[in-house]
Write a protein that binds this ligand. Structure first.
Ligand SMILES: [Zn+2]
Ligand SMILES: [Zn+2]
Length: 889
């Protein structure tokens, strides 16, 4: 079969994509087999599988393919985390409706069809990236088969007293009109004004308090000062009246008040921020609501106006009454909703919560292996900072319904039985009456936080809630981004403990983010977004996958870099050239079992290969994909292409069965080691050199057994046999060690002379003469290899060469002659140029020089010396155990 001159990625990729049988990647689930279950992230179906996703999934695929080749029964499932606000917003803008204008099920239907279109788009990109996903394990969280599990998990945790409903302050996004969890709140520094406001009346004459939120004056329930602050000592235990609203509130002492902030006296409102909630709970203060769910003010003065308008009005009133003493611009950290960046409010609402037990989460987390290890501390810091339980109810539509109703008679909550699931309470009545006997119910319209769906993904892939799931739980690997440690990792650990009493995975593999070429976060506004499709188009999938492997160590952020892509293509071109050359010889067949007398280059190659397999295996076990690929590349470039193929080419043309077997072994090994990284290229290579074999992706990970047989034979003999790769070397350990040693020296000599040729700008295949190698090593069996590789006829000598210095050129130094001889200088220079260099050199040696009767000094000459051997100028290359001399003509 003829092999195209160039590696044409479009042709080869589409050929294998249509040829491969999806069954290759199927999870067998056979009892007794070593399962390796991956809790793959279910991405949000935006329709765009971006480069950051590509990095994440490449890591997963490297692991999946490697583990399969190591004999594991790998489950690489794929889910889609469908529910959530962005899809609702997209539907609202596409169809110019709001969720309240059309029936819930109709709105949900529009969200579902948009989601299916987006899944199809992303799936297309993932397939082109050659991820070895078992698509028979696909799950879609909006499908009833999945959300039944989410509902079941809700019911079980409710019955197990881990979920409750209560009035409690929650983070509220006024734009999205829904409660959100702390994990969805980001903090952003924003500029704001600090107002100093006078409170007076009651037991106290007056005090100034500082606040950034005067619009919450109507919600003020106390004034707080630090009890050790002498300025305010007189206020403790007193009562004071609020300005404008004229309500009496107590002054309380609390050490959390910072005396250095503002005046050292602050107002506690329900609720300005998290600290207000802490004080409200601690001091058992009353609740005054002044902000509604729609973000509009509800108090008597400003009913129905927006928060910002209420703020303006109140400041105006305060100024009019001369109650503001000072205004100061400050920077403040403001909580914002991560999806829409709107500043959040804290409202007290009746919501569903999951109990958080920090100690249990930390204990489970500590049982898990975190890669890189510092990822554990991200989870730990987050867990320690959590103050409230997880609010899981959302006031939206496109989400898993909460399977509950409220009795119209007695108000009791009725949570569905597991057997009724899946269901939507807004469309179905409960199948039993209330404990009070009533059958009249109002459904729960709230839905579940999307993380309630995705935080049972590990349980789902293991087969939960079927009892057999326990055989596959905990799963082996959770790959995920570091940005969702506080959400997806945290909630998954919590849920796994609640539902299975165990950690969800043995190991978490964390990936960093992909940055633009400018090292900034990729964003539309910076215009630095690069789509995986365009890279696959230009460089091919296998190059993109190499970029993912080599861009950085696992866990670190990776900046996109065109150089990495071009280096990846260059590597494939190099390997393609080696492969084409090899096929000239290998296509005529390789004897499966051969033996023959030793050749140092082959012994050297076999041991290099064994070292390579060891180092790549160890890197793969540590998820150090960058190191694994670097080692493979370095072997291909240096050991194989630049050295072995050059050294052995003469013998390959002579069909030396030894070098044929060694070359075959090397290429088959490279194909297998590359299979996780470059699945297309590896397949093409492997099946060309092993016609009729099964796919490289069904092969075992390479293992090279070198068996030494202390033989009585005088000569060293080598036997190759394939599958498993086995090399038997019949010789003493000393003889093998000597052969490896010689092989290394052969490589050093060849690369030394090749480097010399390139420095001298001599074509690599140009013939050179006059090469002598001085060495005490026995190089006999490598001499032909060296001659062939270098296109030279080398003379070998023992001992050290007698290298001396020789003057090869003497020129006049006008810088010295000029000032001394003025107008005569040029004439003298002419004389010097006409005198043989050697003659002048001998005079300089004696200490005085006379040319044409003129007395000259040594500094009047520019002397060029070169190294020489036996009186002939030569270049010298010093190696550890040899010296190479190249005589000038
Ligand atoms: Zn929002
Ligand atoms: Zn009732």
């Amino acid at each position: 079969m003829s092999i195209p001159k160039n590696y044409e990625h479009e042709y080869i990729e589409s050929k294998w994509l249509t040829t491969w049988n999806a069954d290759m990647y199927r999870y067998r689930g056979k009892p007794g087999a070593d399962s390796f279950i991956i809790d793959t992230p279910p991405p949000y179906p935006t329709g765009n599988f971006h480069l950051g996703n590509a990095l994440n999934w490449c890591y997963i695929d490297f692991v999946a393919r490697y583990k399969r080749m190591r004999g594991f029964d790998v489950m690489f499932p794929q889910g889609w985390d469908c529910h959530g606000l962005p899809t609702e917003v997209k539907v609202e803008t596409t169809y110019s409706v709001t969720k309240n204008q059309i029936p819930r099920h109709e709105f949900r239907g529009l969200c579902e069809s948009l989601t299916r279109e987006n899944i199809a788009l992303m799936k297309g990109t993932m397939q082109r990236l050659a991820f070895s996903i078992d698509w028979s394990q696909e799950f879609v969280t909006m499908d009833p088969t999945y959300f039944e599990k989410t509902q079941k998990s809700f019911v079980r945790m409710y019955r197990g007293d881990r979920i409750y409903k209560s009035d409690h302050p929650v983070n509220w996004c006024p734009r999205c009109e829904t409660a959100i969890a702390f994990a969805e709140v980001n903090y952003d520094s924003r500029s704001t004004v600090l107002y100093y406001i006078i409170f007076k009346g009651g037991d106290v004459e007056s005090v100034q308090i500082a606040t950034t939120r005067p619009e919450l004056l109507g919600a003020c329930v106390a004034i707080a000062v630090n009890p050790h602050d002498e300025r305010h000592e007189r206020l403790l235990g007193k009562r004071i009246r609020t300005p404008l609203y004229d309500e009496e509130v107590p002054v309380i002492g609390d050490e959390a008040v910072d005396p250095a902030f503002g005046t050292g006296a602050v107002m506690i409102c329900t609720f300005g921020d998290k600290q207000d909630v802490r004080w409200w709970k601690k001091h058992n203060l009353p609740l005054k609501k002044v902000i509604g769910k729609d973000g509009r003010v509800t108090d008597s003065k400003n009913n129905g106006v927006s928060i910002s308008e209420a703020k303006e009005r109140i400041i105006e009133d305060l100024l009019e009454n001369k109650l503001v003493t000072k205004q100061e611009r400050i920077e403040q950290n403001v909580g914002i909703h991560d999806r829409c960046e709107t500043p959040i409010e804290i409202l007290s609402e009746n919501q569903w919560f999951v109990k958080i037990d920090k100690d249990v989460i930390l204990q489970r987390a500590a049982e898990i292996q975190w890669i890189p290890p510092y990822a554990f501390y991200r989870l730990k810091n987050w867990t320690e900072s959590v103050e409230w339980d997880w609010c899981i109810s959302r006031q939206r539509v496109f989400a898993t319904p909460i399977p509950a109703w409220y009795c119209d008679e007695c108000g009791r909550v009725l949570v569905a039985d597991e057997g009724w699931l899946p269901l939507d309470p807004t469309e179905e009545a409960p199948r039993s009456a209330c404990a009070c006997g009533s059958s009249s119910f109002t459904p729960e319209y709230d839905v579940l936080d999307t993380w309630m769906d995705s935080s049972i993904s590990a349980l789902n892939v293991a087969g939960w809630p079927d009892a057999a799931y326990q055989e596959h739980f905990p799963t082996q690997l959770r790959p995920q981004g570091h940005d969702i440690i506080r959400t997806w990792a945290f909630y998954s650990i919590l849920r796994s403990d609640a539902l299975a009493g165990s950690k969800p995975w043995e190991c978490v593999l964390v990936n960093g983010m992909v940055l633009g070429e400018d090292s900034q976060k990729m964003s539309k506004s910076l215009g630095n977004i690069i789509a995986p499709e365009s890279l696959m188009e230009e460089y091919g999938t296998d190059a993109v996958r190499q970029w993912a492997a080599i861009g950085g160590s696992v866990g670190s952020d990776v900046a996109y870099n065109t150089k990495d892509l071009t280096a990846s293509s260059r590597f494939l071109t190099k390997l393609w050239n080696v492969f084409r050359f090899a096929m000239i010889h290998l296509s005529q067949g390789v004897e499966p079992v051969i033996y023959g007398p030793k050749n140092s280059s082959e012994i050297w190659l076999i041991y290099e290969l064994a070292d390579l397999i060891n180092s790549v295996t160890s890197s793969m076990d540590r998820f150090s994909f960058d190191e694994a690929l670097k080692d493979i590349r370095s072997f291909v470039w240096n050991s194989l292409a630049d050295h072995y193929v050059e050294a052995a080419k003469g013998r390959l043309y002579e069909r030396d069965r030894y070098s044929l077997a060694a070359l075959h072994l090397a290429l088959a090994t490279i194909a297998k080691l590359l299979a996780p990284f470059c699945p297309f290229f590896a397949e093409e290579l492997f099946l060309h050199i092993n016609p009729g074999e099964e796919s490289v992706h069904l092969q075992a990970w390479p293992e090279l057994n070198i068996e030494l047989q202390e033989s009585v034979a005088v000569e060293l003999e080598v036997t190759f046999s394939a599958a498993p790769d086995n090399v038997v070397i019949a010789a003493s350990a000393a003889a093998v060690s000597e052969a490896r040693h010689t092989g290394e020296l052969i490589k050093e000599i060849i690369s030394g002379v090749r480097r010399y040729k390139s420095e001298q700008r001599i074509a690599l295949n140009a013939r050179i003469e006059g090469v002598f190698v001085y060495t005490d090593c026995d190089i006999v069996d490598g001499a032909t290899d060296i001659d062939n590789a270098l296109n030279a006829d080398i003379t070998y000598k023992r001992g050290e060469p007698d290298i001396h210095e020789m003057v090869t050129e003497i020129r006049p130094n006008l810088g010295s002659l000029g000032p001394r001889f003025k107008s005569e200088a040029n004439y003298i220079a002419q004389l010097i140029s006409e005198t043989p260099a050697q003659e002048i050199a001998e005079q300089i040696e004696k200490g005085s020089v006379t040319i044409g009767g003129i007395q000259l000094e040594p500094e009047d000459f520019i002397i060029k010396k070169e190294r020489a051997i036996e009186g002939v100028a030569a270049d010298v290359i010093e190696l550890r155990e040899a010296t190479i001399i190249i005589k000038h003509k």
